[in-house]
Design a protein around this ligand. Sequence first.
Ligand SMILES: Nc1ncnc2c1ncn2[C@@H]1O[C@H](COP(=O)(O)OP(=O)(O)OP(=O)(O)O)[C@@H](O)[C@H]1O
Ligand SMILES: [Mg+2]
Length: 468
Amino acid sequence: MKIVNKIYLSNGVHILLIVLIGIFALHNLNTILTKFRFIVIAEGLNTAFLEMRLAEKNYFLSGDDEALVSIKIRIDQTTETLRQVQQPIILAVGNDKYWKLRYYLDEYAQLVDAIDRAHIRDPGAQKELRQVGQNLKTFSEDITDLESEQIGAIIVHSKNILLYSFWAVVLFALIFSNVIVRNIGNSLSKVVGLTRSISQGNFHTIEAKPSGDEMGAVFSAVNTMAEELQKREKEIVQSKKLASIGVLVAGVAHELNNPLNNISMIAQTYAEVYDSLSREDRISFMERVDEETERLRVIINNLLDYAKPKEQHLSRMAANPVIQKTLALVQNMLDISNIKIKLGLARDLPDIYIDVHQIQQILVNMATNAIQAMDKGGVLSIDTRFVPEEDTVEIVISDNGKGIAPEFIDHIFDPFFTTKEESGTGLGLWVSYGIIKNHQGNIRVKSEVGVGTTFIISLPTCNKLGIA
Ligand SMILES: Nc1ncnc2c1ncn2[C@@H]1O[C@H](COP(=O)(O)OP(=O)(O)OP(=O)(O)O)[C@@H](O)[C@H]1O
Ligand SMILES: [Mg+2]
């Protein structure tokens, strides 16, 4: 679900909860109000009933006929009042209780009428009237008390419900905002991690379930960007490789000359001495041609193999043979530039997990840089060693060329940084850095102007990577 929709949903639930609480509170207030109205009316009724009871006493004890008239007037007034406020009373105490009250009042009125008509004053009638009057008064007072109690109960109940719903709303808001914040936070930290790793040259896409929310859109945009960058990097790596082939070709062309010259010489000699040759001699001549052709084929294959664009293909390898194979490629470049090679390859190195062609590409870049730094000749040293503390294999490439100025050292791995003006693109070390990072390795440099430069490439062993 989109974050916007989640927020709308949360607000919707909040508003619904608040409306429900409002309706509940309003309903309870109305009930309390109705019951209050009844209590006000009931207080009036109770006073009227009390006055009737007093008049009753006057009639029987003092022989006051006027008292009976006053009772009748009160009964009429009360009946009229009860009729007028029938609705609010029914609302407050219910139908049954209202009609029961009316019934008691009618019973009392009928008795008063009978006594009035017959002018009775005997104790039997007095007792009966007292009894009915007492019933009426007690019933009225009881329902008044009951309603007062109910008002108290409703107020306590409402208070509790309001308190609980307040905490429910607060809790819901806290949980929901926490979920959203965490949701956004997690996604953002993934994006931050990804952009950081992209800036370091690792173009891995985020492995997350594609969610339909805004973060999903950000992820897919960042992933598309990572894929694009990966594609561009591959293109640059390949173009850089093609450029380095240009440099290699100069050396290789030189190397092709030797076997070609040999073949040419063998052919000329063969033609001159053909008649004096035995069958074995002729076969021996042709074998030498075949050997020279084989040399040519190896050189050309090496170059073609290096130039071919390839998908990254990691495999378990020993570091030393890869270095030797690369040296075969650059040997002529070194010879032309009058550079000696000094190898210090450690024995029994643990295997590393690499793409051979990419590592070869780095070594060609490094050798080319070293050659360019030693324009008056020099020594290129290549050493390998195992670093047990880190479980890595290190390839150390040193030259005694002109070195790198301290102010440049932090920039040599930046793309397009070059001090070679027209002749350099400044991509060699940047590409090398990217490849090494893709191999989960590291590259360091030490350099002193006028003394030389050392690059140390460290690559994790298969063991470290958990590769069987
Ligand atoms: N062995 C070295 N000795 C001295 N300086 C070096 C060495 N290796 C690299 N540098 C410096 O680092 C810079 C960047 O090297 P990088 O290989 O990235 O580009 P480049 O050699 O200038 O151009 P290219 O893209 O053709 O390789 C070089 O221009 C050079 O100044
Ligand atoms: Mg270079």
